[in-house]
Design a protein around this ligand. Structure first.
Ligand code: NAP
Length: 554
């Protein structure tokens, strides 16, 4: 006869890491069930991307009304988006409003960076080390870390010597920065830089753009949303979200399913002319599907956009420098812009093509390329992010047997559905690498991921399980599928964060694809999630630690 012994109870049933768009909805769902849960957030407030990225011009390039949460009719009814593509201050106000409305702040602990998360196989829970010195335990850990939350700086000598002000766009100071009459440098021409340049070109003394590779972009065509327009949007919300569920990108934009070469060229041009003038991602996502997969179709459309650049940029030499030659339109994330190309028509804006002479170092007074020295008061680094895996890599995550996630993923990124990792029990990622969220209108992906994780947790709780782990075979199945999806996409050839490229991070330079993103689109991703759930969570092994302890000592 033996006595059964209760396993120790962890501090929390669930700890969510990150209070961004995903973490906010995740804690809302947990709070609704009365689960003992908390959110640990490194920043000083909620909002994630919209808390941190305070650079001028930061705004949605999803339509505001497709970006907001869909889970609460009341929230949808009461919130008035002021612009079709809302700016960062308003976006942060919205997320704080959500936090206040559902009383979520009380579950959140700010300025708490999680440094380590170790799986304790004996106790069957996670042990988290927090930057304030505490160790917290939890049965389940939910990684809501954000796709683009680890900014990366160039690896240039002399950065600390610069006597002026310098910052990455992600770390843009919270207080206003006076750029008027200043000589400003910006490094990078990604989606972030394109927003900043369009916004500040007419507000600074001199602006010099250091461009390594030009980026295709298209007009945002933003507009104000008045009361009448907001009323129309409110009436359409059901339809809007239904459409977002149906389309690959989670937007209202549906791809044109006619064959590219079956549509006469004049008709193609007329369609592109129309889409170029319309708001948002239509020019990318309402286009023919061959844009993404067929070299000839892509080349023809890219030439169309190149002509648009030539029309909008007055100096022909500058226009040619702004046209990408190493990749076609839409195979990288397309930045949407306001006044970006026109900025180069201003006498105070200068383009330095780093192909003529790369950056050599930062000096006390500015930047040095192999061709010249430039003096600046301010240097803006719009140099991108250690995308998707970066935020996981910054935490010392160790699973079964002490395996370090960072090491596992250095070899090959591998997940199941972007939600589970083999060898890391009770760790969930509602919007992780290889999930459908990254390649979609992000909040639409987030709601799908969080809802699915909640169903999964409720299944566990209902059955009295407290340990769940994906099998190696199921993780392999999904990872292979994700890798195969890249094969048909032209994007596999592009140097962008979609392929895990970042010249500023060791091991992420050109040469190897890192399979970060599920490219099958939202409907297929949701089907994959549902198939696993409907098959009784096929490929996930469940157990109960009280039973196994009883077995061990029986
Ligand atoms: P990014 O697309 O990675 O662009 C970084 C830029 O910096 C590139 O032009 C890159 O050049 C350049 N760069 C990096 N290191 C450099 C170096 N050492 N020397 C010279 N140039 C260097 O980063 P991002 O613009 O921050 O955008 C990242 C993602 O954030 C976007 O794709 C998008 O998903 C998201 N975003 C969203 C919004 C929105 O929703 N409204 C707005 C902004 C950003 P190379 O191309 O040569 O590497």
């Amino acid at each position: 006869m033996s006595q059964t012994q209760s396993p120790p109870t962890p501090d929390y049933e669930v700890i969510v890491i990150g209070a961004g768009v995903a973490g906010i909805y995740q804690i809302k769902r947990l709070a609704d069930l009365g689960v003992n849960a908390t959110v640990l957030e490194a920043a000083g407030g909620l909002g994630g991307t919209w808390y941190n990225n305070r650079y001028p011009g930061a705004r949605f390039d999803s339509e505001s009304y497709t970006y907001g949460y869909s889970f609460s009719k009341e929230l949808l009814e009461e919130w008035h988006w002021k612009e079709a593509f809302s700016g960062q201050p308003e976006n942060l106000r919205y997320l704080n409003h959500v936090g206040d409305k559902f009383d979520l702040h009380k579950y959140m602990q700010f300025n708490c960076r999680v440094d380590a998360a170790h799986w304790d196989e004996d106790q069957n829970f996670w042990r988290l080390s927090v930057s304030d010195g505490r160790t917290l335990t939890c049965r389940f850990v939910i990684m809501a870390l954000g796709l683009l939350s680890i900014p990366t700086l160039p690896r240039l000598e002399g950065m600390a010597d610069f006597k002026g002000r310098s910052f990455h766009t992600f770390d843009w100071p919270h207080e206003p920065v006076d750029l008027s009459d200043k000589k400003v440098a910006i490094i990078g021409t990604g989606a972030t830089a394109i927003q900043v340049i369009g916004e500040i070109a007419d507000k600074v003394g001199e602006l010099t753009v250091f461009q390594r590779r030009p980026n295709w972009c298209a007009p945002l065509n933003n507009y104000d949303v008045d009361d009448a327009e907001m009323d129309r949007i409110r009436k359409r919300y059901d339809e809007i979200f239904e459409t977002c569920l149906r389309t690959p990108g989670g937007f209202e934009h549906e791809p044109d399913r006619r064959g590219f070469f079956e549509v006469p060229r004049e008709e193609r041009i007329a369609m592109w002319d129309r889409l170029y003038e319309e708001p948002g991602f239509g020019i990318w996502l309402q286009n023919f599907r061959e844009i993404f997969t067929d070299e000839d179709a892509n080349a023809e459309f890219s030439e169309y956009i190149a002509d648009r650049i030539r029309q909008r940029v007055e100096d022909p030499e500058t226009a040619e420098k702004l046209i990408p030659r190493d990749h076609g339109f839409g195979v990288q994330r397309v930045p949407l812009e306001t006044n970006y190309l026109e900025a180069y028509n201003r006498p105070n804006v200068h383009l330095v093509d780093l192909n003529d002479g790369p950056l050599e170092r930062v000096t006390e007074t500015g930047l040095r390329t192999t061709n010249a020295d430039y003096d600046f008061d301010v240097i803006i680094y719009a140099t991108g992010f250690d995308a998707m895996t970066g935020a996981h890599d910054r935490i010392d995550i160790r699973g079964v047997g002490g395996e370090r996630l960072r090491d596992k993923w250095r070899e090959r990124i591998s997940t199941c559905l972007g939600v589970f990792i083999h060898g890391y029990p009770n760790l969930l990622m509602p919007n992780g690498p290889q999930s459908g969220s990254a390649s979609t209108n992000y909040p639409r992906g987030i709601e799908t991921g969080v809802d699915w994780c909640m169903d999964f947790l409720e299944h566990l709780w209902a059955h009295g399980y407290d340990r769940a782990e994906v099998t190696a075979a199921e993780a392999e199945r999904w990872t292979k599928h994700v890798e195969q999806m890249y094969e048909v996409m032209l994007m596999r050839k592009a140097k962008s964060w979609f392929t895990g490229y970042n010249s500023n991070v060791e091991g992420h330079e050109e040469g190897t694809i890192r399979y970060l993103v599920y490219n099958g689109g939202m409907p297929k991703y949701r089907k994959a999630l549902n198939d696993v759930a409907e098959a009784g969570y096929k490929g996930i092994t469940f157990s109960n630690s009280a039973d196994s302890i009883a077995e061990k000592i029986a």
